[in-house]
Design a protein around this ligand. Structure first.
Ligand SMILES: Cc1cc2nc3c(=O)[nH]c(=O)nc-3n(C[C@H](O)[C@H](O)[C@H](O)COP(=O)(O)OP(=O)(O)OC[C@H]3O[C@@H](n4cnc5c(N)ncnc54)[C@H](O)[C@@H]3O)c2cc1C
Length: 449
């Protein structure tokens, strides 16, 4: 059995490792267009900030026992009839590899806004190891003093933090009312305040329309936005790399991502797909969405790898869990926000609670903001968002909500959970339980959202 995998990042390598674990006989080959198998691109902002000084440290692993890794090999065509993949390497040597089972794990690429000037020198994106080397080289050799980051999503805010660390004057330009539009504006404003506290110039409600260059780069946008900087970073989202799959007859769906079932099979027998190039099953919405994330890519890859060698595993779906650290704060979310829940046909209410992360008599207690969304009619938990200090275990608290959402718990049932307590870390009622109690108290209140 020959299992061929196109793509050597989170999804591809997870699949290879799982297949190897379950089937000691299969021939497992991973081909990847670059030379960085299983590197953590999620760690690029920390390499660029200098907190992780050596990029080699970003390797999730360097040993791939029993798996053939072909670096710098780009797949250029899939022939599903003959079950072959055509490859080209850096020296322009062409080759053909046969397969019995194929996994497409080609990931995503930066989404470049369709505006003039995005190809000018000094304009960067950040998705691959090589993108990060280009940014690092510019920072080291040309010593830019200022940067405009276009896009205030999680990569934009992480890079604002990273480039302040590197001593640059940072302007962060976002299209929405508040930064980090994946959380409610109330929490986005807290993150914006944290960015400003570290001298980031935060500009919101700006649609960037034009970039030009003279001795520096000029960025213009709506609401009379006009600013110059030595460097521009575009962090305006990603798109699935599905062209190769499409040319082989693979069907796509949301945002052009590859359509798969929960076994991670495409419409073509023997061809699986996983990671940022596919649509993801959303467990709460009961529909496919485009949700490109590392954590999801690992899980989907593992399912695809297991099934490619004869397993019957299902990807159980995402509940939309995300977390990001920005200077001293962390913002996390899981499940649905109020408007998303309403659009999905629920009757939601969102209640905000402020709580201490641990007993105030123990030093360094910090306030955190929690927003819980539940269904008024059924009491079902629908989502949660938290912003708090980075030492306040925001991520793990969001994960408790994520586990509860996975099991369709009610908000009230959060109070029955046997959560751990010691004064330096929590309270007898953990903040997530205080927030749940607050939601239950306000569930039927008139007004509110
Ligand atoms: C700066 C940054 C920070 C991030 N932070 C987080 C985070 O904190 N948490 C989180 O969950 N996610 C995060 N992500 C997202 C996460 O990194 C991705 O979701 C994840 O890497 C996707 O994995 P993948 O295997 O699907 O694809 P990718 O990582 O995009 O890799 C695609 C692979 O396919 C190969 N390839 C593509 N086309 C071909 C071809 N034709 N032939 C051969 N090989 C090919 C590439 O060489 C590569 O090996 C971050 C992403 C970035 C860029």
């Amino acid at each position: 059995m020959r299992f061929l995998i196109i793509g050597g990042s989170d999804a591809g390598i997870s699949a290879a490792l799982r297949a190897r674990e379950l089937d000691r006989e299969a021939t497992i080959t991973v081909v990847l267009a670059d030379g960085y198998p299983n590197f953590s691109i999620c760690g690029l902002p920390f390499f660029l900030s200098g907190e992780t000084p050596d990029w080699h440290q970003l390797a999730h692993r360097t040993e791939f026992e029993g798996i053939e890794i072909r670096q710098w090999h780009t797949a250029i065509a899939i022939d599903p009839e003959r079950k072959t993949v055509e490859l080209v390497d850096r020296e322009k040597h062409y080759s053909v590899l046969p397969y019995d089972r194929l996994l497409i794990a080609t990931g995503a690429a930066p989404l470049i806004p369709k505006i003039p000037g995005t190809d000018l020198p000094g304009i960067h994106t950040l998705h691959t190891m090589e993108d990060s080397f280009a940014v690092d080289q510019r920072l080291g050799e040309e010593k830019p003093r200022s940067v405009i980051i276009v896009g205030a999503g999680y990569i934009g805010v992480e890079m604002a933090d990273a480039l302040v660390h590197r001593g640059l004057k940072v302007t962060l330009v976002g299209k929405t009312e508040s930064v980090l539009a994946t959380v409610d504006a109330e929490l986005g404003h807290t993150i914006a305040d944290e960015l400003r506290r570290h001298n980031v110039d935060v500009k919101t409600n700006i649609d960037v329309q034009h970039i030009s260059s003279s001795n520096c780069l000029h960025v213009r946008g709506s609401n009379d936005f006009e600013q110059s900087a030595d460097m521009v970073l575009l962090a305006t989202g990603v798109r699935p790399c599905s062209e190769l799959a499409i040319s082989a007859g693979v069907v796509t769906g949301a945002r052009g991502a590859i359509r798969v079932n929960t076994s991670m099979q495409t419409n073509i027998p023997g061809i699986y797909a996983a990671g940022d190039c596919v649509e993801t099953w959303h467990r709460l919405l009961q529909q496919y969405k485009y949700l490109p994330l590392g954590t999801t890519s690992h899980k989907q890859g593992r399912v695809a790898g297991e099934n490619a060698v004869g397993g019957t595993k299902h990807f159980e779906g995402s509940v939309g869990t995300q977390v990001v650290k920005v200077f001293d704060l962390v913002a996390g979310r899981t499940g649905l926000r109020n408007h998303e829940a309403k659009d999905a046909g629920f009757n939601p209410r969102t209640v905000e609670t402020n709580a201490w992360d641990h007993k105030v008599y123990y030093p360094e207690a910090q306030q955190m903001k929690l927003r819980v969304t539940g269904d008024i009619d059924t009491g079902r938990l629908l989502g949660a968002q938290i912003v708090g200090h980075w030492r306040s275990e925001v991520a793990k608290r969001i994960d408790v909500f994520a586990a509860a959402l996975f099991h369709e718990m009610s908000v009230d049932a959060m109070n029955d959970l046997d959560l751990s307590y010691t004064p330096p870390l929590s309270s007898p009622w953990d903040p997530i339980q205080l927030a749940s109690q607050n939601w239950c108290g306000k569930r039927w209140e008139k007004g509110g959202c």
